[in-house]
Design a protein around this ligand. Structure first.
Ligand SMILES: [Mg+2]
Length: 248
């Protein structure tokens, strides 16, 4: 198996997910309920549940874990029925998420051992990329805050100008930028959507348990599931490179 590149999901895969995104979502919902007081008034619990947040638990197939913020905004638009256009509401929700992330830099943390692995993989000559459902502004800000921004040859976001995961478009963009073909790429992610994205693109999907999904949820869609990207050692990379190519 000829492995030349690694593409990573961001939240729950490289960066700590729960503390940051649950807190940010709760703040955004609070502002929206105050700002858009309508006859269709939803509760904070119902707005959070609609994006897969139940108290301190996040559904890995829910909108917060797997989808761009536009999808979250559209769902909330239907629930709140605000007296503004859909476009204005989406822009407002996107701005609120970006602003809330920037107001809470202390919540942005890389997961343990991630930076060391990225350094090692670069030393092994691999091209490294990000494929996230997050927006450009929030992605660049959070990677910089976590001290990881400079390790990547490609950063792919979901700002509405490219089909988001699990469509293969972000993989094609990574491969185009780095001169790779998809079967030379390992895709790391913490959700079923990430695993299907890797499969749809023809890459090698590896699930990690640092985010929202369980081993049982990821395993049917992944070549393998490991505890963390931090466990992707040069030894494991060598073993994968020596193994024959198989389909998922
Ligand atoms: Mg994730």
């Amino acid at each position: 198996m000829d492995i030349k590149g690694v593409l990573f999901d961001k939240d729950g895969t490289l960066l700590e997910f729960h503390q940051m995104w649950i807190s940010v979502s709760q703040s955004v919902v609070g502002v929206l309920l105050a700002r858009y007081s309508t006859p269709a008034m939803a509760s904070d619990e119902s707005l959070l549940a609609a994006i897969g947040v139940y108290g301190d638990r996040v559904d890995n197939r829910g909108l917060l874990a797997s989808n761009p913020v536009e999808d979250i905004a559209l769902t909330w638009f239907e629930m709140l029925m605000p007296g503004c256009s859909k476009t204005d509401f989406i822009d407002d929700v996107k701005a609120l998420f970006n602003q809330t992330v920037k107001e809470n830099p202390g919540l942005i943390k890389s997961l343990p051992g991630i930076e060391a692995v990225l350094i090692t993989l670069k030393q092994c000559g691999l091209k490294l990329g990000i494929a996230t459902a997050d927006s450009k502004a929030a992605t660049l800000y959070s990677l910089e805050q976590a001290g990881l921004l400079d390790y990547f040859d490609f950063i792919g976001y979901s700002d509405g100008d490219i089909e988001p995961k699990p469509a293969p478009d972000l993989m094609e963009a990574f491969c185009g930028t780095c001169g790779l073909i998809a079967r030379q790429v390992v895709m790391f992610g913490d959700t079923v959507s990430d695993m299907k994205f890797g499969q749809n693109a023809g890459a090698i999907s590896i699930g990690v348990l640092t985010g929202t999904a369980t081993h049982a949820e990821l395993a049917p869609h992944a070549r393998m599931v490991i505890s963390s990207v931090a466990d992707f050692t040069p030894d494991l990379l060598d073993r994968m490179r020596r193994s024959p190519t198989t389909t998922q």
